[in-house]
Ligand binder design. Sequence first.
Ligand code: GLN
Length: 510
Amino acid sequence: MAKSDLVFRSALELAQMLRDGEVSSVEVTRAMLDRIAEVDPVVNAFLFVDEEGALKTAREVDEARAAGEQLHPLAGVPIALKDNVVTRGVPTTAASRILEGWVPPYDATIVEKIKAAKLPIVGKTNMDEFAMGSSTEHSAFGPTHNPWDLERIPGGSGGGSAAAVAAFMVPLAIGSDTGGSIRQPAAMTGTVGVKPTYGAVSRQGIIALGSSLDQAGPVARTVADAAALQDVIDGFDDRDAVSLDYAWPSMEEAALAPANAGERPLEGVKLGVVKQLTGDAYEDDVVASFESTLEFLKDKGAEVVELDLPLLGIALDAYYVIMPAEASSNLAKFDGVRFGLRVEPEPPVTSERLIAASRGEGFGSEVKRRIIFGTRMLSKGFFDKYFVQAMRVRTLLQEELVEAFESVDVIVSPTSPTTAFKFGEKMDDPTLMYLSDITTTPANLGGMPAMSVPSGVAHGLPVGFQVTGPVRGDDVMYRVAAVVEAQEDVAHKNPMIEGVDGAAREGEDR
Ligand code: GLN
């Protein structure tokens, strides 16, 4: 096998090849690092590449395997981490100047798990600063480019992880999802992105944004790869107060089940289609792709049930009160004293002036906007009028969703109202950018698992299909998503398969 072919393989294929001794983990890791060197100068998915660390783990895997040790099935398969995942000894910036130079003294729980399973960590990926945004244009270190069209955004906030996977630089990555930051980038880049049930994956060591919404999860090119990665990172953690103590079934098995379930693998499965998650705000191509996927799923045995969930129509409004409020509190610790950047103010030097100077220079405009807005939402007078009101909407929305799941197995919708937009298109109007999250925020407010799976290509760009499961129903979600995926191999239609030149050429005629 040519070394360059390795980058196009799925994580499970690579894992099998490693176990069969067809390739070594050093070879696989090298292939990814070479691919990064080739395409990332243009894509800018990585903020830090840890060549040495990745190869060290790869060598350990190869030696352990040669010595006949029992290894995790995914041992030796490379992975990338979003840069808000805290990594010991490896810079962690959350794409913010304020954390530049910070090298954490500890690992996030999921990093401990990934290290225990011995997946070489090739680096840290770009994102919107502190995971606020839908395009990665808010990164302090320059945007990531969409591998399908370099003039377009890869989604956000986790555009780096999505682009790294889409551009075949790595088969697996970790993202974080507070309002859609794993799923929307997956939709923009033709990859699979999963937000597990709230509490399924430990938040310890994921730089907090909206603590009641945050959840880390897998990014991959196939549903089964994502599922296998969720099996690595989920599970109870006593260092996370909301961690669920629950015996999670194998997500990989759930994802692989439909392939062996005959012609109609979704027989008896009810899909809820929500009236509020479609309409004028959605691009025609997105709606067309969604509808043809629904027909495909009906052919596979699924039954479609129409749902009217009025509160889903105002979920976004509640999210954009609750999330900034929580963020303003979570980001108070970045004060120029404890972590990263410190800016000396003009004399007289007081602690207040030092904090103001450091935050003034260290935070970008979107982060400042949300801190100011969120602080306001929590202040006297505004608290009852807006924050408490938003929390009421959230509770009612949760009830509405729980009730909906009594009559359907999963809820399906487009992942995003649009395909990938051009750089600059939404930067002057924050509310326009926020509308990108209209379909993804309900799952965060409700705590439900939700994922995006590619459902087709429209005018040369991928379209994502969202599957939302009930709380703890991650396995059902994976099962349905695996059938959606069978419709079309979107990931391999990416012009980036031909390298940077292929992507540039494709971009010309859109
Ligand atoms: N785009 C959303 C926002 O800007 C989602 C963020 C996220 O999930 N981290 O808030």
